[in-house]
Structures are given as structure tokens and as C-alpha cells.
Ligand binder design. Structure first.
Ligand SMILES: C[S@@+](CC[C@H](N)C(=O)[O-])C[C@H]1O[C@@H](n2cnc3c(N)ncnc32)[C@H](O)[C@@H]1O
Length: 362
């Protein structure tokens, strides 16, 4: 474990220190773990087993968290709120961390070699819901067919089954036990459309290069491990969304070329439904030539097949014809929600990447 070159260890140590100081403001446990890792060559050496693009502190944090969530009995678990721990980071943490990593080494290495940090954030549905309502209103079609491109586990396909609480008003399904209730601050004056613009989803499909199977307990535990241990609200709604998705059985398909699968999906739809292609936090994974291919194919299908394209991505990945709307409040990064349909290209909203707030522009 400690046979790595000094240069490799120094690079990794700098990366963990940087992460601790700049990314962990909300989570003192992750800050303490990253600082402890930065001082421990044995732990830094583990990163050699992660593929180059995944060699980031997030991956080791998720791998450790996954072992904790699996129920591994160890004193380190006392620091993790996700398993009921209440111990605050203290001087005992570095030694416990080293001992835990040593005992769990085989499983940790397996996760580092085979996993990538993956999320499926249903907080985004707090913006997806009014965006779909807007599309139904604009296209004058109540029946929508939703294709979630880069869907991960397909949890955002359940958008019409969740409850949304914006403070002064609520949208979505009625509150019920076991139903995710997503809190989202609605910023600015623009209200959502009136409730009389009814819509429903008649067809839904997820497509992903590496989908998460919501029926696979280990895969779901990895999704949960990628959440941060202090964030009990996200963990609860993930559990609830997975339970709903298991019961609903939404189709999520793996495809090595998801772009080529869009038009065949359109061919399956009955007349009269409005097809909606949705991508959220996916385009950043595309190499430039694949991004250009996706944009060209979507533009063709918007023109020739009446597709509505709803995109929630970083502003730099907005549709080429869209001028940047006035900046959103607060700190970056933000998601910019855009819609392309017929000859219209418009900005619908700014939002927090996980849907904590939305500033509606539509
Ligand atoms: C950050 S996750 C976002 C998942 C989901 N859209 C959400 O909002 O929670 C990015 C997803 O894009 C998928 N992905 C990456 N490259 C892809 C590609 N070329 N085609 C299809 N899916 C891809 C990944 O497997 C992953 O599930």
C-alpha cells in the first residue's frame, strides 16, 4: 500500500487537502477524513487503484461510506450520522480510519477499481415538474412521453409521484406516508402556471450508458454511499424514491450508444402524445465530438419529429442559440434549464444543482 512514488503521494495529498478546505464546508466529518487521508501514505496509496478520471477524494469517501452503510462493525461508524453516529470528529479519528481501511481493504479496492461516483438526484424534480407543466401548456398537449437521457437509476421518471413544497405553495402528488416530499425555495416573482393546465405522463423511459438497477441492493447502497453522511433529507428521499421506483417498474435501458436510441423510442409512441427528451447533469460527461453529435441529432428530431428538448445543465452547456439569461442569485454552480421546441429556444429556470431553490424564468 505504501510503495507509491513520492510524486503520486504528494499530488494525492494536495488533492485531499484542497477538497477538505474548499468542498467540505457543510460536512465536518468529510473535512476531517480528507485531512487525515492527506497525512496517511497508506490511504493515499489506495487511490492508485482508481481509474485516472475517477481518482478523486469523492470516490474514496464514497467507498468508505459504502462499507459503513454495509454494516461493517467498527468504531469509525460512530462518526457517521447515516448509521446513527453522533461522535464529532476528534483526535481519535485518524487512527480509527487507518484501522478501518486496513480491515476493509479488499472491499475498498474493489469499489475503487469498479465504481464511479454516481448520483440520481430527485431534488431536480422540483424544477422538472413545473417544466413539464410548461411544456404541456405550450404544446397544448396533456399527454407527455418522457425520455430521461442519462437517467442513472431512472428516479426522475417518477416526477409525477413526488410532492413539492415551495414554501408558499405546493405542487405534485398529495402528501402521503412513504412519498418523497421535496423542499425547494421558489425565488423571484414569477409564479408557476395555474393548476388548470393538467398534464400526465403516458410513456416513460430511462436511457443510460451505465444505469443503476434499483432492484440491486448493492447498486442502491452505492448510490446512497455517494450522498454525504450528514444529509439525512436526501438519504430519506432517495430511499423513498427507490421504493416507489421498484414498485412502479419504470423501464431503464442500458445502451452503449444512447443517442442512436432516441429516434427508435419516438417510433414507439402513439399519435397525440408530446415527446419530451430530458437530460440533467449528463452533457458534461460527453467528449466534444459526442456532445456535437447529440446536439445535432436532437436539433434534427426537434425539427422533424416534434420533439421538445428540456435540458438542465451547467450554463456553458446550454443550447447554442440561447443567450445567457441574467445571472442567478447566490453562489455557483447553478443549473440552467432550457427548452427547445419548434423554432423556440428559451430559458425556463435557474436552479441549485440539486433543486434546493429555483428561480423561474419561463
Ligand atoms: C451525474 S449523473 C445524472 C443522473 C440523472 N440525470 C440525475 O439528474 O440525477 C450522470 C449520468 O449520465 C450517464 N452518462 C454519462 N455518459 C453518458 C452517455 N454517453 N450516454 C448516456 N448516459 C451517460 C452516467 O452513467 C450517469 O448515470
Amino acid at each position: 500500500m505504501t510503495s507509491e512514488t513520492p510524486a503520486f503521494l504528494a499530488t494525492q495529498a494536495a488533492s485531499f487537502r484542497h477538497f477538505a478546505l474548499h468542498e467540505c464546508a457543510e460536512d465536518p466529518l468529510y473535512r476531517a477524513i480528507c485531512l487525515a487521508v492527506a497525512e496517511a501514505p497508506e490511504l493515499l496509496g489506495l487511490m492508485r487503484h482508481a481509474p485516472g478520471r475517477q481518482r478523486r477524494p469523492n470516490l474514496l469517501l464514497a467507498a468508505l461510506h459504502e462499507r459503513i452503510l454495509s454494516g461493517a462493525a467498527h468504531e469509525l461508524a460512530a462518526y457517521y450520522p447515516s448509521v446513527g453516529g453522533t461522535r464529532l470528529p476528534d483526535a481519535g479519528l485518524p487512527e480509527l480510519l487507518l484501522d478501518f481501511a486496513d480491515r476493509q481493504q479488499a472491499r475498498l479496492l474493489h469499489q475503487l477499481r469498479t465504481r464511479s461516483t454516481q448520483t440520481n438526484e430527485i431534488g431536480r424534480c422540483a424544477v422538472l415538474w413545473p417544466a413539464l407543466q410548461q411544456i404541456a401548456h405550450l404544446t397544448e398537449r396533456e399527454a407527455l412521453a418522457l425520455l430521461d437521457f442519462g437517467s442513472s437509476g431512472g428516479l426522475n421518471l417518477g416526477v409525477d409521484r413526488y410532492r413539492y413544497d415551495y414554501g408558499q405553495f405546493q405542487l405534485g402528488a398529495p402528501a402521503a406516508p412513504g412519498r418523497p416530499s421535496i423542499r425547494c425555495d421558489w425565488l423571484g416573482d414569477a409564479p408557476p402556471l395555474a393548476a388548470d393546465s393538467a398534464w400526465h405522463i403516458t410513456q416513460r423511459l430511462g436511457l443510460d450508458l451505465s444505469p443503476v438497477d434499483v432492484h440491486d441492493d448493492e447498486a442502491v447502497r452505492w448510490l446512497a454511499a455517494c450522498l454525504w453522511p450528514h444529509d439525512r433529507e436526501r438519504a430519506l428521499r432517495l430511499d423513498q424514491a427507490v421504493a416507489l421506483a421498484r414498485a412502479a417498474g419504470h423501464a431503464v435501458r442500458q445502451a452503449d450508444d444512447c443517442i442512436a436510441a432516441i429516434e427508435p423510442w419516438l417510433d414507439t409512441l402513439p399519435a397525440g402524445v408530446q415527446p419530451v427528451l430530458f437530460n440533467s447533469w449528463v452533457l458534461a460527461y460527453f467528449p466534444p465530438e459526442e456532445l456535437a453529435r447529440y446536439q445535432a441529432e436532437v436539433a434534427r428530431l426537434v425539427r422533424s419529429r416534434g420533439l421538445a428538448w428540456l435540458s438542465a445543465e451547467s450554463p456553458s452547456l446550454r443550447p447554442t442559440a440561447l443567450a445567457l439569461p441574467p445571472t442567478a442569485p447566490g453562489a455557483s454552480p447553478h443549473s440552467l434549464w432550457s427548452l427547445v421546441w419548434r423554432d423556440r429556444t428559451e430559458a425556463l429556470a435557474w436552479s441549485h444543482p440539486h433543486g434546493r431553490w429555483v428561480q423561474w424564468l419561463g
